[in-house]
Ligand binder design. Structure first.
Ligand SMILES: Nc1nc2c(ncn2[C@@H]2O[C@H](COP(=O)(O)OP(=O)(O)OP(=O)(O)O)[C@@H](O)[C@H]2O)c(=O)[nH]1
Ligand SMILES: [Mg+2]
Length: 233
């Protein structure tokens, strides 16, 4: 149990040419946290995204676009508060649920993961929905746990989970951020969330991105299994 408040939260994201979405996303975060949360944006944009983020008071770290996970990992590790919440910078995730995620961390969960598929995710492109169901099935089989949505972008983490594990994946980082803590015995919970249509253009190629995510799930589960076996001897 802990007693963190909204001022103990860092909301972090990667952004790549999200000028259409970033204003509404940052306003939603301010509304949900009474302006108390730290916001860290790792930006690789060639449009006005970084300027808009700074106008909203976010800490902006600029770097070349190198992929989703590279940006989100940098953002998670650059944040300074004990509760770290990730989102995409595209208007899809319900920022009004941030206080609920914080409550669950205070109840004792180490990771709270937004499950977009629970309510059907009808706003999700059909191919993405089937892909995400397949990633959840593959992860569940290999990790030995019943996981529902391993590629979600909205989660809350206790800061020490982020700092104690070495993260290796890029496009597959979201799956890694759920699978490694789960397989190491951290207290992980999936929480049903709504999922909205995206503002602006997608940055993910469904074919190459999907293949990368599947590869990450196979690699991460194999590494964690080996780690479990080593700890037995
Ligand atoms: N800094 C940075 N951010 C990135 C990069 N690639 C993607 N992003 C951001 O990472 C987040 C996830 O990308 P999305 O395009 O939303 O990918 P997705 O959620 O899988 O797919 P859709 O939401 O359906 O488009 C968004 O906020 C992107 O702007 C990158 O190379 N650098
Ligand atoms: Mg997205």
């Amino acid at each position: 149990m802990s007693d963190y408040g909204l001022a103990d939260v860092s909301v972090v994201m990667g952004s790549y040419n999200e000028a259409e979405a970033i204003g509404p996303v940052l306003s939603d975060i301010d509304d949900a946290t009474d302006g108390k949360a730290e916001v860290v944006v790792v930006d690789g944009s060639s449009d006005d995204t970084a300027d808009i983020a700074r106008e909203h008071g976010a800490t902006v770290i600029e770097q070349e676009p190198q992929g989703y996970g590279y940006a989100v990992c940098k953002a998670l590790l650059s944040a300074s508060n004990p509760v770290r919440i990730t989102t995409d910078c595209d208007g899809t995730y319900p920022m009004e649920r941030i206080p609920d995620f914080l409550d669950l961390i205070n109840e004792g969960y180490d990771v709270v993961s937004g499950d977009r598929l629970y309510h059907g995710a009808e706003t999700m492109p059909t191919m993405n929905r089937y892909g995400n169901l397949a990633f959840a099935a593959l992860s569940s089989a290999l990790a030995g746990d019943h996981l529902h949505d391993v590629t979600t972008g909205m989660r809350a983490y206790r800061g020490d989970v982020i700092e104690d594990i070495t993260w290796t994946e890029n496009t597959g980082l979201s799956a890694e951020l759920l699978i490694r803590p789960g397989m190491r015995g951290y207290n992980v919970r999936e929480e049903p969330i709504a999922y909205d249509e995206r503002l602006g253009e997608t940055k993910l190629d469904p074919f190459s991105g999907g293949a990368e995510i599947a590869g990450s799930i196979l690699r991460v589960c194999a590494e964690e299994r080996k780690r479990q076996l080593r700890s037995l001897f």
